[in-house]
Write a protein that binds this ligand. Sequence first.
Ligand SMILES: Cc1cc2nc3c(=O)[nH]c(=O)nc-3n(C[C@H](O)[C@H](O)[C@H](O)COP(=O)(O)OP(=O)(O)OC[C@H]3O[C@@H](n4cnc5c(N)ncnc54)[C@H](O)[C@@H]3O)c2cc1C
Length: 296
Amino acid sequence: MININYLQTNVDISKLSNFKTKAFAKLYFEVKSRQDVDKLKEIFDFAKKEKLKVLFIWWGTNLLFAFDMFEWIVIKNCLQWWTYDKKTKILEAYTSEKIRDIAKSLEDDYGQDIWHRFIGLPWTIGWAVVGNAGCFWLETEWNFLEAEVLNLYNYDITILQKNEINFSYRNSIFKEKEGYFIIKVKFDLNEKVEKYSSEVDNIDFRENKQPKWNSGGSFFKNPSKELSAWKAIEEVWLKWYNHNWVLFSPLHANFLINTKLNWDWRDLIYMIDLAKTKVKDRFSIDLEPEVRIITN
Ligand SMILES: Cc1cc2nc3c(=O)[nH]c(=O)nc-3n(C[C@H](O)[C@H](O)[C@H](O)COP(=O)(O)OP(=O)(O)OC[C@H]3O[C@@H](n4cnc5c(N)ncnc54)[C@H](O)[C@@H]3O)c2cc1C
């Protein structure tokens, strides 16, 4: 069945998700260069013909692998390189660059502190655009200019401008319509815009107030303004409960953490289902995961 020789087979992808559960991919490809972007067209044709699903991964901080062997194709985006023009204050970056590294270097090497609040955050700059990610009221959309994308329907490489991205709170066109492979993004860092100012020391917050173990950040969406997910989990006495070294963190009860490497995904699913059932029984509320659970 496999007729594309650069697809690797039966690859261990356990380290590609922040939860580090033991997982393999039947077919695997890393995008490391512009030439590799061209190969995606061929891979997508192949996937369509063979009716195979495709999963993109950046740094896997938002993915929980709930399978032993992923039967379809995993594509890891490894495109890295960025540049900042001190005169024009334009930043250009391939999407697998980590936002915390860029934010830190902008400050240390260029005296540009607009993205100070992004220091310490674990995700990629690609995700920042997809999820309009934000931190203490500093949102990605404010300085965004354009994105270079591969359209997976017609294989055109095009530039999408800000008004085509439909940013809203933690949302964009990329979340609503999966049809693009995002290659590169551009930002104009001339002006600092934020919804509200914040005095929170984000570096101290990330270092000392968030759990350090393998996690996907906040696991469930907050059910309502009145009831946050961490509160609901605490109220049903799941804080401190430990199932085979998988637990909701005592530091922040909405962080599902896996305290050992290569643990069985079934233990994480057990805890997720337990939390959902207990919260439903107590509050008649359905907890919805924010983390993307990947199944076959
Ligand atoms: C400790 C911690 C704290 C966090 N705090 C915050 C916070 O304060 N604010 C906030 O907004 N978020 C927060 N998050 C969530 C954060 O936004 C995510 O983890 C982010 O969703 C994923 O980043 P990633 O770059 O690792 O992408 P991945 O998890 O690898 O992928 C995320 C999604 O993007 C898709 N994707 C991958 N590559 C591409 C591509 N080239 N083109 C199109 N789609 C692609 C994937 O299929 C997947 O659906 C936190 C997470 C952690 C672990």
